[in-house]
Design a protein around this ligand. Structure first.
Ligand code: S3P
Length: 169
């Protein structure tokens, strides 16, 4: 496959979208963008603050708008937030504008990577591990629906995932 104009990484929180995305972009000579980071730059506040003030619904509106804008640009690797695939319109948008890659990482690995992190509002609940498992079960089919390529990342390092993606492009 020739390098697509936009490579979009989707997957759960802790699946490595940002780490993999940065390295992949460097290796391919493309720009790296991160939709969550972009939302923070535009609003001037961190994601948890957006959730506090506007709720999840407000955040999702900003997310859809930002994904729409960013995917008009070319020559880029785009890391999305873990919930970017929840809305059918986002799935359709991402699949039609780029090559969508699902970083499929099992819940126990996601948990190890996110358990000490306080920056994810959806995991600030009494049972974050159970929540992560629930989100995984609900979203795995949605990531698969949006994706053109699925990369299994259970045992591999982010670096190994980059290599796997390069082989698929
Ligand atoms: C979310 C994941 C976060 C961020 C927001 C909501 C989710 O991104 O977009 O907190 O719904 O899973 P990461 O996947 O980078 O943690």
């Amino acid at each position: 496959m020739n390098h697509p104009r936009c490579i979009v990484l989707v997957g759960m929180p802790g699946s490595g979208k940002t780490t993999v995305g940065r390295e992949l972009a460097k290796r391919l000579g493309l720009r790296f963008m991160d939709s969550d980071h972009e939302i923070e730059v535009r609003t001037g506040v961190k994601i948890p603050t957006i959730f506090e003030i506007e709720g999840e619904e407000g955040f999702r509106k900003r997310e859809t708008h930002t994904l729409d804008e960013l995917t008009h640009e070319s020559g880029m690797v785009l890391a999305t937030g873990g919930g970017a695939v929840i809305k059918p319109e986002n799935r359709a948008l991402l699949s039609s504008r780029g090559v969508v890659i699902y970083l499929n990482v099992p819940p126990h690995v996601l948990w190890e990577r996110t358990r000490h992190d306080r920056s994810r509002p959806l995991l600030q609940v009494p049972d974050p591990r159970g929540r992560l498992q629930q989100l995984f079960v609900a979203r795995d089919p949605l990531y698969r629906e949006a994706a053109h390529v699925i990369v299994e990342g259970g045992r591999g390092t982010p670096h190994a995932m980059v290599r796997m993606i390069e082989k698929e492009l």
